[in-house]
Write a protein of this length. Structure first.
Length: 265
């Protein structure tokens, strides 16, 4: 170990320790504990520990506590939830496999005035991160439990409106009237490293998601029970039939509810 660290000192002598550390978060964005980072740095572990604390104080890195473990990530790049401290991820059910998703995309296309000039081309599958946040909701004189979901990238609340999934900054319904997207028992928990498909980088921390919910809905979230879930997405390319050089647009169909979007943000 000492010999490897000495070799890294020679190779990296032109970079500062901060630059080398931040390069890890840029090239391989993750939610890393010190245990993950110490072997990647040529400096002593005590020095790296102080460097992480200093970068967190300066808001360059963000510090989280996950299952009692301190973890760090770079808000400028977000993090891939498969790298670092998260052990499991919750997969929301895939109720709309490819054949059903194609039908939904075609149905959305047929509602457009330009439908005779457009056709569905290629497709791609990926996951969108959502934070599941259990919370206590007051109804009358009593309290009930509800699960809420917050978009892991744009901070919006994920809610159902007439059976369609939408993302809102403000929900004009009482908290007890918001339908839970997916019951916890229907979420498939899998080891994080076993998810092979593309995942949008997470840019909202679990504590941030809980605070977003508290402010938006006036409920009491349980930060200790916040869980990262993955919403399956199908992204279809829409091409112009006649003008092949025209830049294609895209339709996104979520794989759980079959809702269509022009594009995810």
């Amino acid at each position: 170990m000492a010999r490897r660290k000495q070799a890294r000192r020679v190779a990296d002598r032109e970079k500062t320790a901060s630059e080398r550390l931040l390069e890890i978060f840029e090239v391989l964005p993750g939610l890393y504990s010190e245990r993950h980072l110490f072997p990647l740095m040529p400096e002593d572990d005590a020095f790296v520990h102080k460097l992480l604390e200093r970068l967190a104080e300066r808001k360059v890195l963000q510090r989280e506590t996950i299952d009692g473990v301190a973890a760090y990530w770079d808000p400028a790049h977000g993090f891939d939830p498969r790298r670092g401290v998260l052990r499991t991820l919750g997969l929301l059910p895939l109720n709309f496999p490819l054949n059903k998703a194609v039908r939904r995309a075609r149905s959305a296309l047929e509602r457009r005035i330009l439908r005779v000039r457009e056709e569905i081309g290629g497709h791609a599958f990926s996951y969108l991160p959502l934070w599941r946040i259990p919370a206590e909701v007051y109804r009358g004189k009593g309290k009930v439990g509800r699960d809420f979901f917050v978009h892991g990238v744009n901070r919006k609340l994920a809610v159902l409106e007439g059976g369609r999934l939408v993302f809102r900054d403000v929900v004009k319904r009482p908290p007890w009237g918001v339908e839970t997207l997916v019951a916890p028992a229907k979420i498939d928990r899998v080891p994080a490293e076993k998810v092979r498909e593309e995942i949008r980088p997470v840019k909202v921390a679990p504590e941030q998601a809980a605070e977003i919910l508290r402010r938006a809905m006036g409920v009491r979230p349980n930060p200790a029970k916040v869980e990262l879930c993955l919403l399956p997405l199908w992204r279809f390319e829409i091409r112009h039939r006649l003008e092949r050089l025209r830049r294609p647009r895209h339709i996104v169909v979520d794989g759980t509810f079959g809702s269509t979007f022009r594009e995810t943000s």
